[in-house]
Design a protein around this ligand. Sequence first.
Ligand SMILES: NC(=O)c1ccc[n+]([C@@H]2O[C@H](COP(=O)([O-])OP(=O)(O)OC[C@H]3O[C@@H](n4cnc5c(N)ncnc54)[C@H](O)[C@@H]3O)[C@@H](O)[C@H]2O)c1
Length: 363
Amino acid sequence: MGIAVTDIGIVGLGVISRQYLDTLLPASSVRIAAVADLDASRAEAAAAAIPGCRALTTDELIADPGIRTVLNLTIPAAHAEVALAAIAHGKDVYGEKPLAATLADAVRVVDAAAAAGVRVGGAPDTVLGTGVQTARAAIDGGRIGRPVSASAMWVSAGHEAWHPQPDFYYREGGGPLLDMGPYYVTSLVQLLGPVTAVSGAASRSRDERVIGSGPREGEKVPVEVDTHLTGILHHESGAISTVTMSFDGVRTTAAPIEVHGVEGSLVVPDPNRFDGDVQLHPRGGSWETLEPAAGYADSGRGIGLIDFAAGDARASGAMALHVLEIMTALAASAASGVRESLTSTVERPSLVPLTPATTWRAL
Ligand SMILES: NC(=O)c1ccc[n+]([C@@H]2O[C@H](COP(=O)([O-])OP(=O)(O)OC[C@H]3O[C@@H](n4cnc5c(N)ncnc54)[C@H](O)[C@@H]3O)[C@@H](O)[C@H]2O)c1
């Protein structure tokens, strides 16, 4: 079987690129033809470890006629610029989250791609793993009856406890919502469908944070964004989700995501991972752990690009745009105190059939 191999060019060879290479290098549907980074030494080091891969400048990579898809693993502030340049050269683009640093830039990317007749996709692709997909199969299969509500909860003390350069988490574009929200909000849209309106409330516990490790340990970082956000998502289906994302606690024992229906309740595992146990409590029964029933098994970051190259593009630009609008609308509602209606929507992508690694690597 198999389809034509897609030649990929990666822009941005930082921390997260290693996880992508682990997933993509053994996959036969994609070939990493070139890499580029502002720091040329990073591109050269990566190219040296990949057979047949060239180290180029970003401009050369984007203009290279042999490259079909640009994988954009740069920092959020560069996402739109790199994506727009690739689209202008007629290439498909797939990138890390968020789609762009602002909603306006994200709309520009999606509109430019539509006008150019190319495709956009992007993270998070964790939601295509067996954790979220098995939960979705249970919901779609009627195991909880009509879904009524969901909750999503992520609480930490803040990344400055472990990250040696945590400044960006406390600046515009940072905060717990934009950092962790994509995993949770994308899962809620996968499970319960698109959102039509949101209400948010937010607070900020401190004006400064203290770096907890590394050469700057003890140095203070100014806090310019809200660090605790809670919100309500009104899904088109009528279901209602509550979301809490916080740097202002310490730990939580709350399930990452729970979904409740009139016939059952479901616990969904950590959406920042690809796998994990899904638990179901049917009405009149007791908690049971579901066998994986859907999703790419044993997958990692980059599976969304393999899905994209195969033509499905479940981790789509339309999904990434809708999720970014939900998050920016939550923050806007928190600031104004007014419920915000959304302008974007997305169709839920098709369920991923249970697919072992031997199969998706050979797609
Ligand atoms: N680090 C993580 O654990 C993690 C997890 C999930 C998602 N992400 C996402 O992955 C993306 C990258 O994160 P990271 O941790 O790898 O960052 P990083 O800073 O380690 O790497 C980013 C790389 O991009 C390069 N770069 C920046 N702007 C560029 C440009 N205009 N042209 C070419 N190269 C450019 C930098 O030189 C750097 O090598 C971010 O969107 C982040 O949200 C990171």
